[in-house]
Design a protein around this ligand. Structure first.
Ligand code: PLP
Length: 414
């Protein structure tokens, strides 16, 4: 569907699904612009999870009784729904984890610890979240592999020419963020995956800031592994997703061991259950899987192209309004297809934490800090930045409130 065919979002209607947005603090209505950290949960998701607890709460895979059967079916169907949502080839390719971080660790431990060794290289980008950066750093240290970083350009894009230099036949894994949670940059991940594959390397894509906000097709990207979190896409906390190509997952050793992931156990040895269960030991996040299923239904009900269009529109408006200030520095690319739904910035002479605190006095919730990208902040030459990030329920009026609060901060510190 072309962008012109898209009806704009009925934001007022959507807001009714999120009662939390009606909260006020000291007479000021909440303006929630911290969606890159966690999005809010719409009524249908809360309802689906309550229904699970009220009617069929039970453990999965083990029981012969009715409730366990219902819970098992719901849990399995959640995998099917997520697979369909991101274009995977089936539930075997969808492992439920706790979050994106655990998905990164799963692959780093299951694959990296066994496959990496001295002489191998892991190529990351300078805009990686600590979830990927710290994890691969540690696994490289333990295996003797080296880590290399693809540079960013002056305007916060990935330097693809440098990626071509960094990725060589010694590269075993390329791990890159799809949309940067600090710069808002949308990276050319298919291109990166192709470069990795040309050198016989695997590619892991961190989609924590992509899947919630735009259509994602893991098959089209051709990623070997792809991760995201439920709580950033209108779903619950406590559940994330690690997509992996079936043939690769089949060859991986489990990362965590225990009940629910085995086929046969003797006093001497054990064999593993089929995919994806061999990577989901113990009692899994059942209510959360039900909630994630409902969140996917909710987002698809809106349409991911419309979600993207709405967020890009709001982010572009915020960018333009903030760019009016001479003393505001905005990080990352200008509005357009290479920028996602967030804006990271700093107000000269006001620390980002002070700015966030003044915003909070106006009930405007933003995030300030290093956003789990300390090396990127070092590169930008700042200790911290402020970040406003948007979702389907945000409006231009809310951006105006953000801008008013920036003006206020400036007057206060001038
Ligand atoms: N990767 C990116 C790009 C993120 O923005 C985040 C969270 O902010 C993560 C990974 C980690 O997500 P989680 O805390 O859900 O594991």
């Amino acid at each position: 569907m072309s962008q012109q065919d898209l009806e704009p979002l009925d934001v007022e209607g959507i807001r009714e699904d999120f009662p939390i947005l009606d909260r006020s603090f000291d007479g000021e209505r909440l303006v929630y612009l911290d969606n890159a950290a966690t999005t809010h949960t719409p009524e249908p998701v809360v309802e689906a999870m309550s229904d699970y607890y009220r009617r069929y709460n039970s453990n999965v895979h083990r029981g012969i009784h009715h409730l366990s059967q219902e819970a098992s079916i719901a849990y399995e169907e959640a995998h099917d729904r997520v697979a369909e949502f991101v274009g995977a080839d089936g539930r075997e390719e969808i492992i439920f984890t706790k979050n994106t971080t655990e998905a990164e660790n799963l692959i780093a431990y299951s694959w990296g610890l066994n496959e990496l060794g001295p002489g191998d290289e892991v190529v990351l980008t300078e805009m990686e979240h600590h979830a990927s950066l710290v994890t691969w750093q540690q696994i490289a240290r333990r295996t003797g592999a080296d880590v290399k970083y693809v540079r960013i350009t002056e305007d916060g894009r990935l330097d693809v020419d440098h990626a071509r230099e960094c990725i060589t036949d010694d590269t075993a894994m390329v791990s890159a963020v799809h949309v940067s949670n600090t710069l808002g940059t949308v990276n050319p991940v298919s291109e990166l995956v192709d470069i990795a594959h040309d050198h016989g390397a695997l590619a892991f894509i961190d989609g924590a800031q992509a899947v919630p906000n735009r259509p994602v097709d893991v098959n089209a990207i051709d990623a070997d592994f792809y991760a995201f979190s439920g709580h950033k896409m209108a779903g619950p906390t406590g559940i994330g997703v690690c997509y992996g190509k079936r043939e690769l997952l089949e060859g991986l050793a489990p990362y965590l061991y225990g009940g629910g992931m085995i086929r046969k156990v003797t006093f001497e040895e054990s064999t593993w259950a089929e995919l994806p269960w061999r990577f989901e030991p113990g009692t899994p996040p059942i209510a959360e899987a039900v909630g994630l299923h409902a969140a996917v239904d909710y987002l698809e009900g809106i349409g991911m192209e419309r979600v993207r269009e709405h967020e890009e529109g709001i982010a572009a408006y915020a960018y333009e309004r903030l760019a009016e200030f001479d003393d505001v520095e905005i990080y990352g690319p200008e509005p357009g297809p290479e920028r996602g739904g967030l804006v990271g910035f700093n107000l000269e002479s006001v620390h980002a934490h002070d700015l966030a605190s003044i915003m909070n006095d106006h009930a405007v919730a933003i995030r300030a800090g290093d956003h789990c990208t300390q090396p990127l902040h070092d590169k930008l030459g700042v200790a911290a930045s402020a970040r406003a990030s948007f979702y389907v329920y945000n409006t231009r009026e809310e951006v105006d409130k953000l801008v008013e609060a920036v003006e206020d901060a400036r007057d206060l510190f001038a």
